[in-house]
Design a protein around this ligand. Structure first.
Ligand code: GCU
Length: 591
């Protein structure tokens, strides 16, 4: 260790200043089952500063020392309460023009009062921060989370006071070791873009709760698993499903409880999205949930929902709106599902990262099946152990967040990754992890095809229940006949879902079918795709790319794209439907 110079000033000369923070990681282990629980919102206007040089962490502004250790008065570099304000939740990019393209660290802070109740425990929850976040409460560092689309929780029972200051350093810098890395096909929004809440719990509480059909029991038995946190780790929990006449005691031993219960619920499906009020109580804690009961499995090349073969009539969607960026509103989520229903869809691919938990809850109510995905996208560092831990943690946080959502039928471990040894090890491990965490759902990935030999041939398929396949015949692959050849050459033993096909088209731009960028060209490609896909017996679904145009820094054609990926079936503000929307609507209507 190099001798520290006499004139060493930590916040100016210590370039390993971050190390002390990165080790205190917040992971899925700290998650608290919060669905149906009362929460105190910390949403609203926070003071905000763009912190390009990460000075808040370097100079430890969060300690609010206005005189440093050497007795020097700090220049007025920070004065939190005089800073400008930003709305939380939001993507900072959409809040002010000067923030639009900003990538880096930014500081959010606010004060809030807190009144303690007797004998309670309090958790701080962030719905998501892109990409990573350091959290400080009352001048104390309380944790670091990375992964830009999943929730994280910090127990703050002993950190809260009557009057509190919270400070968050969010950083959306794209990095090669991140998941996704620095190269994607979507806009990199930043910030605290989902809800920030406090959750009050009793000393002993239900930390996790999973309920589903017992696979293979002809929809006659449900299984419940409980995990308890606190001092009372033994006793009897009570599960109540009034509409089914179920009131069932579940023995809890060493903080764990599980039970199999006879039940014959109405089955959840897109045509009948039946949800039941489920209550679970233990040692003074109680949670209530709306649960749909259904079974999804594959049999040969069939996908079976509740024992019957289905076709996934889908569409892909990013989590974005022109107005709110990635911080989509409830109305915008509802609008997407309504548009999918109008297209006669029964299914959506929520690409390429976990969307807000509100999406799966709404899909439960509206009867739309979902593909949910972690952003193992393109060329991440498959050889990097830390990258794998990040990916596996994001997958686990997603599954623990949504595994009681009937609408979620598929967990996807990634998108369009070249078939190398390192990638196969990395993604097969993720696929097995998903299966281990949740044996009741299907695991997939959007794989690349072998266009040289015209065949579906990705070694990852051996680890998947459904082979997702992205293909752009008619657009990137010009010779459409090779799509027919590819399907003829392929002999998959499991269902294939065409997870992407499509073409760019500027909304309203008409012309020759041979002119790329016209709606006529897009429609022609859709029609040819539909004519082929509809004939392939082992193709059991598709989710064309994409519901509506979206911001994309890689798409610079000045008229057709203008920094948007225009493969949408609607314009970016969803006010205009392109002709190809109606082609899909007709195809699904007759499917
Ligand atoms: C890829 C990728 C998408 C991308 C699309 C495109 O398949 O999965 O994220 O936007 O193709 O090229 O438009």
């Amino acid at each position: 260790m190099q001798q520290q110079a006499a004139n060493f000033v930590d916040h100016l000369h210590n370039e390993s200043y971050e190390d002390r923070y990165l080790s205190q990681s917040i992971t899925h282990h700290s998650m608290v089952y919060d669905s149906g629980r009362e929460k105190i919102s910390l949403n609203g206007l926070w003071n905000f500063g763009i912190d390009q040089y990460d000075t808040c962490v370097r100079a430890r502004w969060f300690e609010e020392k206005y005189v440093d250790d050497e007795g020097r008065t700090n220049p007025m570099d920070f004065s939190f309460d005089e800073w400008e304000q930003i709305k939380v939740p939001s993507s900072w990019n959409t809040q002010k023009e000067k923030f639009f393209y900003y990538e880096g660290s930014a500081v959010y802070t606010r004060t809030f009062p807190y009144t303690f109740q007797d004998d309670e425990r309090v958790f701080l929850k962030f719905g998501a921060v892109n990409y990573d976040a350091k959290i400080f409460l009352n001048k104390q560092y309380v944790g670091f989370h990375k992964g830009g689309s999943t929730p994280f929780y910090i127990e703050v029972t002993n950190d809260l006071k009557d009057s509190n200051r919270i400070l968050v350093v969010a950083n959306n810098t794209r990095k090669p070791s991140h998941v996704p890395n620095e190269n994607t096909d979507w806009f990199n929004y930043g910030g605290v873009y989902r809800d920030v809440e406090l959750i009050r719990l009793p000393q002993t509480f239900i930390k996790d709760f999973v309920i589903s059909f017992v696979p293979g029991t002809q929809f006659s038995k449900i299984q419940v698993e409980l995990l308890i946190d606190g001092s009372v780790l033994a006793g009897t929990a009570h599960l109540t499903i009034q509409e089914l006449g179920i009131s069932f005691p579940i023995e809890v031993v060493d903080g764990k409880g599980c039970a199999v219960i006879d039940a014959n619920p109405e089955l959840w499906s897109p045509d009948n999205p039946k949800l039941y009020d489920v209550a679970i109580a233990f040692s003074g804690d109680a949670i209530s949930e709306k649960i749909g009961f259904r079974e999804i499995r594959v049999d040969g090349t069939d996908i079976l929902l509740n024992g019957s073969p289905i076709y996934l009539k889908g569409i892909s969607a990013h989590e974005e709106s022109v107005l709110n960026g990635k911080a989509v509103s409830d109305e915008e989520i509802m609008e997407n599902f309504k548009l999918a229903k109008e297209m006669n869809c029964n299914y959506m691919r929520l690409a390429h990262y976990p969307h807000t938990e509100k999406a799966a809850k709404l899909a439960d109510e509206m009867g739309i099946m979902l593909w949910e995905e972690i952003p193992v996208y393109w060329a991440i560092q498959f050889h990097n152990e830390a990258t794998y831990r990040d990916a596996e943690n994001q997958l686990t946080e997603l599954i623990k967040r949504d595994r009681n959502r009937a609408s979620v039928i598929i967990w996807s471990v990634g998108n369009e990754n070249a078939d190398t040894e390192a990638r196969l090890t990395f993604m097969s491990s993720l696929a097995m992890k998903a299966k281990e965490l949740d044996p009741t759902r299907l695991v997939s990935a959007a794989c690349l095809l072998d266009h040289d030999n015209h065949i579906i041939n990705d070694r990852l398929a051996d680890y998947l229940d459904i082979i997702g396949a992205n293909q752009y015949y008619g657009w990137y692959q010009t010779d459409f006949n090779n799509l027919i050849k590819l399907f003829e050459n392929s002999r998959p033993s499991k269902p294939v879902v065409i997870t992407e096909f499509g073409a760019d088209a500027k909304a309203g731009y008409r012309g020759s079918v041979d002119e790329k960028g016209t709606e006529d060209c897009q429609l022609d490609i859709y029609q040819k795709q539909i004519d082929v896909l509809g004939q392939i017996p082992y193709v059991k679904g598709t989710s064309p790319w994409i519901l509506y145009d979206f911001r994309c820094p890689r798409r610079l054609h000045p008229t057709i794209q203008n920094y948007y990926n225009t493969k949408g079936l609607l314009s970016e503000d969803k006010s205009y439907k392109k002709p190809a929307f109606y082609a899909m609507q007709e195809f699904y209507k007759n499917k």
